[in-house]
Design a protein around this ligand. Structure first.
Ligand code: ADP
Ligand code: MG
Length: 371
């Protein structure tokens, strides 16, 4: 089934909520599964930790790069590719995926939204609201614990993964740790401090990530529906947010998802003709936009759904002129997304029409997203 994208600042409590959500969903799945049958949904939790991705991949300072890494950006791109692969491998209408991570790039969230749509399965975003100061305190406490546990490590080295070691030095989290059962509070049996993976970010990496964070925007389709939990939300509030989430992804409010507009169903074996049509139609649209936009930019360009006819599709341009490089970038991304084919037997006018419609939908999203 569906994809739940967690997003929030670094060390803002995302994994804590992801685990609570996972436990909650497991309960709900058990409740909707008839006795002696296989579970109605399979449940997956995917995160940097499950993929063995270190915090250091987000570090853009060249001096913090491990020797084997090509460039700062490349290491993060590789990490995203690994996460994308992991999500894609399991995502299906019968699999609920909780993706725990910062997911701080709106273009990345958009890509995940498209992937879910492609699988005809819903997606939702759960934002973990936490003040910058509190999130920083959490990271600093983690850094202090690391430093105390391994006093010889330089700040750079603390950003590498090491064995999880519970604090034996008395360095406490500034904030109370969550309890064993994450939703029902049980103060008699507290877990060791910070039972989540506590690999800290180097201070400059952390600051930079906060700076780069792109807040979800509930007005956009790819960040909706958007749910929010804040640090102080009570167990009852948390449960009711989780219940609302369940409703949109699996419950009564779940709408059937049709792959359309910016995504189209892939076929197993697209022919050479299809790839040719994909190239030709997208190139044609790029060309028509460049020819059709006004001198000052902005406005709309009307395009034919099937080449050679009058306008039926409308591209809404951003408030400035768009250039060939930008359009080609979008075109290549769209081609990469749809190289696998579309669910149509015939390649011809029909497929070309759907491709054009789909690419126009993709461009409208991209302009809205990137401004
Ligand atoms: P992230 O995954 O964003 O790095 P974590 O979930 O690992 O953050 O949480 C960081 C620290 O804050 C952990 O020590 C965790 O126990 C604590 N924590 C997280 N959320 C809460 C909360 N809502 N209330 C109290 N402590 C929390
Ligand atoms: Mg985490």
């Amino acid at each position: 089934m569906p994809l739940i994208i967690i997003t929030g600042l670094p060390s803002s409590g995302k994994s804590t909520r992801a685990q609570q959500l996972h436990a909650y969903l497991a309960e709900r799945i058990a409740a909707v599964t008839p006795p002696n049958s296989p579970p109605k949904y399979r449940l997956h939790l995917i995160s940097d930790q499950t993929q063995g991705i270190s915090r250091a991949v987000y570090d853009l300072s060249p001096e913090h790069l491990p020797a084997h890494v090509r460039s700062a950006n490349a290491s993060e791109k590789d990490a995203r590719a690994a996460l994308y692969g992991a999500v894609k491998r399991v995502l299906s209408p019968r699999d609920i995926v909780v993706l725990d991570g910062m997911n701080y790039i709106k273009g990345w969230r958009y890509q995940l939204f498209c992937e879910a749509k492609n699988m005809s399965t819903p997606s939702a975003v759960l934002q973990i609201g936490c003040s910058v100061d509190r999130a920083r305190e959490v990271n600093e406490a983690r850094l202090a614990r690391r430093a105390a546990a391994a006093p010889t490590l330089s700040p750079t080295e603390t950003s590498r993964p090491t064995e999880n070691s519970p604090s034996s030095t008395g360095t406490e989290e500034t904030n109370p740790p969550p309890t064993q059962d994450p939703i029902t509070t049980d103060n008699n049996n507290p877990p060791p401090p910070d039972d989540n993976d506590d690999e800290p970010y180097s201070p400059s990496n952390w600051t930079n990530l906060v700076f780069r964070y792109e807040e979800p925007n509930p007005m956009t389709r790819w960040d909706s529906p958007l749910f929010t939990l804040i640090w102080d939300d009570s167990p009852a509030q948390t449960r009711s947010t989780f219940a609302a989430l369940w409703d949109v992804i699996a419950g009564a409010a779940a709408k059937p998802i049709r792959p359309n507009q910016s995504t189209i169903q892939r076929d197993k074996d697209p022919g050479g003709d299809y790839l040719y049509v994909l190239e030709r139609e997208t190139q044609d649209i790029v060309k028509k936009i460049l020819e059709g936009q006004s001198a000052e930019g902005g406005g709309e360009v009307a395009l034919a759904r099937v080449n050679g006819r009058e306008g039926e599709l409308v591209v809404e341009l951003p408030g400035r002129k768009v250039g060939l490089p930008q359009l080609q970038r979008y075109r290549r991304a769209f081609v990469a997304l749809n190289r696998g084919g579309i669910g149509l037997e015939a390649v011809g006018k029909l497929a070309a029409g759907r491709l054009r419609e789909s690419f126009v939908g993709y461009l409208n999203d991209a302009f809205e997203r990137d401004g």
